[in-house]
Design a protein around this ligand. Sequence first.
Ligand SMILES: C[S@@+](CC[C@H](N)C(=O)[O-])C[C@H]1O[C@@H](n2cnc3c(N)ncnc32)[C@H](O)[C@@H]1O
Length: 272
Amino acid sequence: MARLSTQRRVQQTHISSHATRTGKVEIADIGTGTGAWLPELATEFKDKRFKFTGLDISAAQFPADPPNGMAFAMHNILSPVPSHLLARFDIIHVRFLVLGLSSGSWPQAIENLHAMLRPSGWLQWSEPDFRNIITLPLSSPISPATSSLLQTGRSTILSLVAHGTQRHNLAFHDSETISSHFATAGFTNVTEIAFASDRVPETRLAISRVFAKGIAGLQKMICAGNGEEAGGQWGDEGEGRKVLNCVGEACERGVAYWRLELNVIIGRKSGI
Ligand SMILES: C[S@@+](CC[C@H](N)C(=O)[O-])C[C@H]1O[C@@H](n2cnc3c(N)ncnc32)[C@H](O)[C@@H]1O
């Protein structure tokens, strides 16, 4: 995906800065899930000195048979850092942890990642910005019904984000302050870059469909084991769920898409 390629280019700059070292270059992806990000990078950094590690609180999605040079292990980003992970990595990458971290826990996570980096190592963290989500038509002219659906879709997603934040302590807005936590944890050279999800026409619909699946997952998460929520607007029969399903179907038909911004924050641990 072009969105991811651009992120990767940001990352590569820093990996290349370590490539001249004679020893091992260790790269970790935290909250790795299926480990999808690692092979993308491993294909471009084939030198045996590069070691890739995927860490996640759950092993459920780890690949059964990881390629040479790539390893997976369980680790909770919020737990005290075990000695074998201290000052070990040259590059740490984190992406899309927003539904996994509760509000207020991010400073601890960033402090732990700082401890896992070697001096002069880099941390790159990417999260969506939930303030500017919008539903847009993919082509014109649009029917009055689609126009009305897109308007309602936008207010509904904003209300779902507000509900998740207020009632479930979800960290949608914590991602807005990541860079300040980088600075507090001692990172230098902290930069933040925003990428628009629709800047490449060929991939905007695919990214939007991934987001639509995330929205469906979020509603299920809110309702799981909670009778009041399951009977409310985000439950199977709820109004909010119906609107978001309709927008999801419009995305599937190629009529509309979700547009959002992705914030990429980068910082360097001082020392050599
Ligand atoms: C939405 S997935 C993102 C997967 C991957 N980073 C990507 O971009 O494809 C979020 C992942 O974070 C993991 N996770 C949640 N809380 C975590 C924690 N406290 N420590 C480590 N991983 C965590 C989940 O198990 C899940 O695999």
